[in-house]
Design a protein. Sequence first.
Length: 270
Amino acid sequence: MEENITPSLEKALAGSETDAGNSLKAAQAVSLALKKYLRVLKEGKLKDIQSAMNDVEKAELVLRQQIATAKEGWNFDIEAYFNSGNFVKEILSTAEQKGVRLFERDDRLYSYPVLVRVMASERSVLIDKAKDKRIRPTVLVNRLKELQKKPPRFRPEAFLEALHEAYRLALRIKGSGEKNASDKGEVIALADVYELFTLLPGQSREYSRQEFARDIYLLDRSGTGETKDGIRLSLPASTGTKISSRTFSVINEYGEEKRYYGIAFTTKEQ
């Protein structure tokens, strides 16, 4: 029975990298032979002209052969590799080998504090909002490892204020009180707040549910729980956490699933 070997982009790139290096050495040999030929001409060593040209031709032949080897060596089926999901599998495997915490969920790779989305058709990834074409498994995982060492580029205070405004608007839409009497601790589904965050066409693609859930987690984790006006935030759980369409979940840095359903704001007097 023929063994089913999972293709490895890392190995394929490493092999072609070796071929390219050998081609470069062959090109350097051609350059040296041409320099020798040029020197012979400049110095007028008539007896050496033919042998110097022969050396150039020999070096050029080796270069052409090496380039042909490099061209034949790159026969990796990129389309099948991405369509089969092997790219994600190799990234996860490489991360495990390097001790980098990386988890897959809902078409995203969670690499706290960033989210990675594979753009298979574009042969690239989105690291949060930044497109990156450097997708060699070891290179990508090393990049994620460095990002994990840095503090999150997240402003909890600004996000909290935006949540508070959206929360008040959601209450008014539902007819739950006047504008100046809305911070009474009434629980609103985070799904309703997210809808307000993404009202404009295309905004749900620009700011996905996964990103919103990640930001809720970062806010929760930051300990920032009070607006500049002294309104307290709470993220109460409820039976709604069992309803996937109304629940936001995130995989934290420990690989644990954290779920969020509701949000409430309360004045200190309540």
